[in-house]
Write a protein that binds this ligand. Structure first.
Ligand SMILES: C[S@@+](CC[C@H](N)C(=O)[O-])C[C@H]1O[C@@H](n2cnc3c(N)ncnc32)[C@H](O)[C@@H]1O
Length: 328
């Protein structure tokens, strides 16, 4: 039994050691796997040797009084320059409610509150880090805007968050992906330092160079898409009367494809863009022998799609019309 216990402790140490190494070297591994063009100056300069690793508290130093839930990620801080860019890309404001999942010393929540007046919640398992975050909030006079909850990030309800920030590990991000998509409202933003969210491709990827270390850090940004897949039946109000329009939309995260049916014509949808609940797409149609383009811009609210269809190159039908559709 004793041998088994010792082996289990040793194995846990090895796993945590690997996790720390992965986080501390996340900047380097990004460079070699970078989806950003290799000609980007930021990436080129990443080939400059990396100086020191970010501050890491030893994995074994879990504070006394820590809850039974295992930490999924060790404590490694996001450099302040990277925090600044994460908040900038998410365009946080004083109307946002930001959640940092695994909040460490609270720096992301505290910086957002200080710089932008953002309300924030830090979720952290380690009671010592919670204490430190609360002390920093008091010192900065931010006690009324931020709170730090000692709890498991997977047990945290995210429904009132408008921005979520992450600096976790690839496997933890993957596990978190469905929770983010299910709980966050369309239009909420997610920003992750160092690691992406698997097959949910980011809307933006950027790199930040930290002068002190020479390291290049990746930052990924997503906007939570509305659910738009389905069969939509609607009408286009034209001067020639109400034209029935049917839309069959397919969706993978924020990527939308599909077809529009109007009269006898079935037209492929192209250039579709879905940002939160804002949707736009184009269809091409031959009207009275001429190539016509219909550009739609609108928004999805539950099972209602409303917007403006701009028809070009369609003779008498050229113009802007309201399109309203219901999902069946
Ligand atoms: C890499 S650090 C990031 C700290 C901070 N967000 C930052 O970017 O500076 C990850 C943090 O997540 C915390 N953590 C790990 N597993 C957690 C869990 N299941 N629930 C809440 N916090 C967790 C760790 O204690 C650690 O402080």
């Amino acid at each position: 039994m004793e041998i088994q216990r010792r082996m289990a402790v040793a194995a846990k140490g090895i796993v945590l050691g690997i996790a720390i190494a992965l986080l501390a070297s996340s900047t380097q591994s990004f460079v070699s796997n970078s989806p950003v063009s290799a000609s980007s100056p930021a990436v080129l300069s990443a080939s400059v040797p990396v100086a020191e690793a970010p501050a890491v508290t030893p994995a074994s130093s879990v504070s006394p009084g820590a809850p039974a839930v295992e930490k999924e990620v060790p404590y490694v801080v996001t450099p302040n320059e990277v925090v600044a860019e994460m908040l900038k890309v998410a365009r946080v404001t004083d109307r946002d409610q930001l959640y940092d999942l695994g909040s460490g010393d609270g720096r992301i929540v505290l910086t957002a509150a200080q710089k932008y007046g953002t309300r924030g919640v830090g979720v952290e398992l380690d009671p010592k880090l919670i204490q430190e975050s609360n002390a920093s909030a008091q010192k900065a006079g931010l006690g009324d805007r931020v709170k730090f909850l000692q709890q498991d990030l997977f047990q945290t309800n995210l429904r009132d968050a408008t921005v979520v920030t992450l600096y976790l590990l690839p496997a933890v991000n993957l596990k978190l992906q469905p929770k983010l998509l299910n709980e966050l409202k369309p239009g909420s933003r997610v920003v992750s330092h160092a690691f992406d969210l698997g097959d949910w491709k980011p809307d933006k990827t950027l790199t930040v160079k930290v002068p002190k270390t020479g390291r290049i850090h990746a930052v990924y940004y997503w906007v939570v898409p509305a659910q738009v897949a389905g069969n939509w039946q609607g009408t286009l109000a034209t001067p020639l009367g109400r034209q029935p329009v049917n839309l069959l939309l397919r969706q993978q995260f924020q990527q939308v494809t599909g077809v529009a049916t109007a009269g006898n014509a079935t037209l492929a949808i192209s250039n579709a863009k879905l940002t939160g609940n804002q949707i736009s797409f184009t269809t091409n149609k031959k009207v009275q022998g001429q190539a016509a383009t219909i550009q739609f811009t609108g928004r999805v609210e539950g099972n209602t799609l409303k917007g403006i269809a701009t028809v070009q190159g369609a003779g008498l039908l050229t113009g802007k019309y309201n399109l309203v559709a219901q999902r069946r």
